[in-house]
Design a protein around this ligand. Structure first.
Ligand SMILES: *[C@@H]1O[C@H](CO)[C@@H](O)[C@H](O)[C@H]1NC(C)=O
Ligand SMILES: *[C@@H]1O[C@H](CO)[C@@H](O)[C@H](O)[C@H]1NC(C)=O
Ligand SMILES: *[C@@H]1O[C@H](CO)[C@@H](O)[C@H](O)[C@H]1NC(C)=O
Ligand SMILES: *[C@@H]1O[C@H](CO)[C@@H](O)[C@H](O)[C@H]1NC(C)=O
Length: 189
């Protein structure tokens, strides 16, 4: 009996935490207060593991080409090609696995001599306690590397002033799709 009560209390407490976290005050006054309190705020570490699905050709493209240079067509490394993407992030590698967010931004082929992309995008969370919060990511993804390391340079709401590391590893690729496994670790307040 008592055990059940404790469990119920824990469940209602965690619901309370989720609700308060979902309603972060974004008014300038509240942001300033949050900022001033920073020296006393405790740092937290959060980890994520998810899969990123990009369809770059054929039907249902999620990453169309938005710009390229005249020399791109002759370049063996696609130098100058820029794509805008809005790619689903899912818990498992299957395309119909539960979606937890989107990766939204651009990447561009940035090397004249190897296949390497410059990335600039946000992980935008759409479920659970992180719903509405985002992490900003930049970095270089070279085809020659097994693990590509990207930098988490900031974030919004729960992830204000976040810093961290994301590693990306190709899980699957075809002539239309690439599925990338991401491991993310961030420090935030
Ligand atoms: C991808 O390859 C398949 C054959 O494996 C082909 O039928 C299809 O047209 C190709 N798609 C693109 C967009 O190149
Ligand atoms: C594209 O999306 C439509 C609608 O969701 C779906 O029926 C179709 O199978 C998709 N095409 C591919 C190649 O996944
Ligand atoms: C790029 O190619 C187009 C079409 O061939 C041409 O009109 C334009 O002058 C070229 N631009 C440059 C910067 O070479
Ligand atoms: C996430 O937040 C949006 C906007 O506040 C809301 O419409 C949506 O229902 C939320 N989704 C989940 C799964 O909580």
């Amino acid at each position: 009996m008592e055990k059940q009560m404790v469990i119920r209390l824990i469940i209602s407490l965690s619901i309370l935490v989720m609700v308060t976290e979902a309603a972060i005050d974004k008014t300038p006054k509240a942001v300033e207060k949050w900022f001033k309190n920073l020296p006393y705020a405790k740092q937290k570490t959060t980890k994520f593991h998810f899969y990123f699905h990009e369809i770059f050709a054929g039907d249902n493209e999620t990453a169309p080409v938005i710009a390229q240079a005249n020399i791109t067509a002759q370049s063996p490394t696609f130098f100058g090609m820029v794509r805008m993407f809005d790619n689903p992030l899912t818990i498992g590698p299957e395309p119909n696995s539960k979606q937890v967010g989107r990766a939204q931004g651009i990447h561009g082929a940035t090397s004249l001599t190897e296949i390497a992309l410059f990335f600039d995008f946000n992980f935008v969370f759409t479920t659970g306690p992180y719903n509405g919060s985002s992490l900003s990511v930049v970095g270089r993804v070279a085809e020659s590397q097994e693990y590509r390391e990207l930098q988490i340079i900031g974030g919004s709401e729960i992830f204000r002033l976040a810093q961290g590391v994301a590693t990306a590893k190709t899980y699957f690729s075809s002539n239309t799709t690439v599925i990338v496994e991401y491991n993310v670790i961030v420090r935030h307040y």
